[in-house]
Design a protein around this ligand. Structure first.
Ligand code: NOJ
Length: 762
């Protein structure tokens, strides 16, 4: 009897033991799935308290080093190419010291990394995969500056959404875009990544892009967006990337901050802190900027990642003595995640133990990151975005190609069209196609081509052939290079031009003459390209120049020597088809510049909304705000762009007076007086005539892109909210003052109809 009881006891002990062991194994294996808590699928995120319980429980089980690991981001390619070739290592993964990996793409690659993380790490917290999907992932859309010239918010949302679908199908959770830095200086190479010089338009485009990337937030066909580079990265001294930023608080608040705020309002989930300092305080160590303004005042509750090595660079900026000081400064300022330099992992655990960083600061940052992973459903399924079949189906699909073509032609700005030489007739006999970008696959993709492939690119040469078939002779000659000054191809180019009916010259910058750390002091066509144009001009045939570049350039020489000039920017994968659509009139150009083109570099900064001066004007023999050797004008002003049809503006109407709680309704009649249907971007500018601070001569406050059939008139209505008529003081207070405002409407920032209105009772 006793023996039987002992036997039963042993059985019970063994069974209970096995059960406990099994549970422990399960817990170790699937610590990310808390059985009692049942994490959300990430689909609805309806039960906030489930998320709270899950995150708190997980946080409670993490060691300090594992917590700091969640705040650390590494470049992942090292692990894929060999154990010692990158900063990321098996050992980091095994110790739970990797929260995120950047710039690795492709389901297979990412699966390998995630599997390794799940196998090696104790708590098995999924890694977040990030990538610079700036203007497309594999299907490359026009560079952001180009797209901004479409002023087509719906299209901009659609291309961001398409990029999100493609990137997420390839396993990416998070893009480092949009870049919403206002840029008033074309020397700065990163002007190519933004929406140009205007804050009002910049805000609308920032919102459109966030909406596009995050179109189906938390689902595996959408990505998290990242507003960057916070803040004022677009205003470095002399346009040199990474240089200090010095500006009045009023200008910061009025010109540079609003697009970031627009991203918060649009629900952006992450922010990136900038490399630069603002008035002496580095953005990445700026508690006021990140914790007070962004989090407390604006209510942002996602997480902030530093820019690449921006934490360690606090040391080079000279605001801390050593790496440890840099990591402490950044984290205490509110930078949750440290990109690439590994400083948080190296120093923050000690700093916490020494009381230099509060545990509550760490917990708050870790929580933000865990919540995002939770909402993405990664705790349910770390491989949720990794579906090879979907990748095959979605990447480079024909639908994306059509959108890339539409976006490219909608973004091209027609700057000159003498005697209506464009569009060209499809019945033309022969074309001389000349220039280093005429049959170039690689450069036309622009500076952030993500995983875009040259082989997918339709060059201009190919695009013309697609459009014209075999009936038209196309004589292609490269003519010259962008860097090599040799002129040995000139004679062949001359011959091709002389044997053809028309010359199409495709010239401009190499892709990496703009973009990060690609500031330029001279903005004319690089190398011997202007000479090439001169040679072609000497032939005497009509010349059409198609420009591809990432910034405004000084184009007087080109402008004087050609018949037509099309600013095509870097158009992306569908480059050639889109150029052909415009040149041969299948698409009527409708884009307008979002950045002013100066005559000379000496005019920079040359933005349209400059402030009034006590000595305005351009008079030759007087002391006014001018250069003695150049007029205060741009070659092509902000908002400028031609169409193959013409539009006439008339009958500008609005009330003479309006009050604080009203919207000011402005109407204008726009008539398509030409012979083709077309779309016009109607622009509304406002000037505050008398204010307690010096105000800009004009500011964009509204626009509408309207399609107008030939011969028809459309009455366009634009509304201004009174709130938008205010300005920021140096105390960073927003004030709206009563008084007179000039309301101006027209086709660009210079040719404007105007009326004066009075704002009462504020
Ligand atoms: C540095 C760039 O400034 C930033 O825009 C980019 O997102 C990161 N590198 C990551 O590649």
């Amino acid at each position: 009897m006793m023996k039987a009881i002992i036997n039963i006891r042993w059985h019970i002990i063994i069974i209970v033991g096995l059960f406990i062991g099994y549970c422990a194994a399960l817990r170790a294996q699937y610590a990310h799935v808390n059985k009692q808590i049942e994490p959300s699928t990430g689909a609805t995120f309806s039960d906030k308290s489930k998320e709270d319980v899950f995150v708190k429980d997980l946080l409670g089980r993490m060691t300090l080093q594992e917590k700091v690991g969640q705040l650390s981001q590494y470049v992942g390619s090292g692990l894929l190419t060999g154990p010692n070739s990158g900063a990321l290592s098996d050992s980091l993964l095994a110790h739970g010291m990797v929260g995120s990996i950047l710039n690795v793409g492709g389901v297979n690659n990412l699966r390998k990394l995630q599997e390794k993380n799940m196998r090696l790490s104790r708590l098995k917290i999924p890694v977040l995969f990030a990538f610079d999907v700036v203007h497309g992932y594999k299907t490359i859309f026009p560079v952001p500056l180009a797209e901004s010239c479409s002023w087509d918010l719906d299209m901009i949302t659609r291309t961001a959404k398409a990029a999100a679908i493609e990137a997420s199908a390839s396993g990416i959770h998070w893009t480092f875009a949009p870049m919403v830095d206002i840029a008033r200086d074309p020397r700065w190479g990163r002007i190519v990544e933004g929406a140009g010089e205007d804050t009002y338009l910049g805000c609308k485009i920032a919102e459109a892009r966030v909406k596009g990337f995050q179109w189906n937030l938390w689902q595996p066909n959408s990505v998290l967006a990242c507003a960057k580079h916070f803040a004022a990265y677009g205003a470095p001294q002399a346009g040199r990337d990474y240089a200090p930023v010095d500006m009045s608080p009023a200008t910061l608040a009025e010109v540079y901050l609003p697009p970031y705020k627009a991203c918060v309002n649009a629900g952006v989930q992450t922010f990136m802190s900038a490399f630069n300092d603002i008035n002496g305080i580095p953005a990445t160590g700026n508690r006021w900027l990140i914790s007070d303004l962004l989090r407390r005042q604006w209510g942002f509750n996602g997480f902030v990642v530093s820019d690449w090595n921006a934490v360690v660079q606090l040391k080079t900026q000279g605001v801390v003595e050593d790496d440890k000081g840099a990591s402490i400064l950044a984290l205490n300022a509110g930078v949750d995640m440290d990109m690439t330099d590994g400083l948080y992992n190296a120093y923050i655990p000690d700093a916490v133990n020494e009381g230099l960083v509060a545990m509550s600061t760490i917990d708050a940052s870790v929580e933000r990151i865990l919540r995002i992973k939770y909402r993405l459903g990664l705790f349910d399924d770390p491989y949720r975005f990794l579906d090879a079949k979907r990748e095959k189906r979605e990447v480079c699909s024909p639908k994306l190609m059509n959108l890339a073509r539409e976006a490219a032609s909608n973004s091209m700005v027609l700057l000159k069209n003498e005697r209506g030489i464009l569009p060209l007739s499809k019945q033309i006999h022969s074309i001389a196609l000349i220039g280093p970008l005429a049959d170039n696959r690689s450069e036309v993709l622009g500076s952030w081509k993500a995983r875009g492939e040259d082989n997918d690119v339709v060059t201009v040469f190919q695009g013309l052939k697609n459009k014209l078939g075999n009936g038209v002779t196309i004589r292609y000659v490269r003519g010259c290079d962008f860097l090599d000054k040799r002129e040995n191809e000139f004679s062949e180019a001359w011959r091709a031009a002389s044997e053809s009916d028309v010359v199409i010259a495709v010239v401009g910058e190499k892709a990496l003459m703009s973009g990060e750390s690609r500031s330029r002091a001279f903005l004319s066509l690089p190398c011997v390209q202007e000479k090439l144009i001169d040679i072609l001009r000497s032939v005497g045939k009509p010349i059409v120049v198609v420009l591809m570049n990432g910034r405004p350039m000084t184009l007087s020489h080109v402008d004087n020597n050609v018949d037509a000039l099309l600013e095509a920017w870097f158009p992306g994968t569908q480059c050639g088809n889109a150029v052909a659509d415009i040149l041969f009139g299948d698409v009527n150009p409708s884009a307008k510049l979002t950045t002013s083109f100066p005559y000379a570099e000496g005019q920079i900064p040359n933005f349209y909304n400059y402030k009034r001066s006590g000595r305005p004007g351009d008079m030759e023999h007087s002391s006014t705000v001018r250069h003695i050797d150049l007029k205060n004008r741009n070659l092509y002003p902000f908002g400028f762009g031609l169409s193959y049809t013409q539009f006439a503006y008339g009958n500008l109407q609005c009330n003479d007076r309006f009050e604080a709680d009203e919207k000011l309704k402005v109407t204008v009649d726009v008539t398509n007086t030409g012979s083709r249907d077309g779309a016009e971007i109607v622009q509304l500018y406002v000037a505050d005539k008398v204010a307690t601070m010096v105000r800009p001569v004009k500011e964009l406050k509204g626009f509408k892109k309207v399609f107008i059939p030939k011969g028809q008139t459309v009455c366009v209505e634009l509304n201004i909210d009174v709130h938008e008529l205010g300005f920021w003081t140096n105390e960073m207070k927003y004030v709206v003052e009563p008084g007179e405002f000039e309301i101006m409407v027209g086709p660009n920032s210079e040719e404007l109809l105007s009326r004066t209105v009075r704002l009462e009772n504020i």
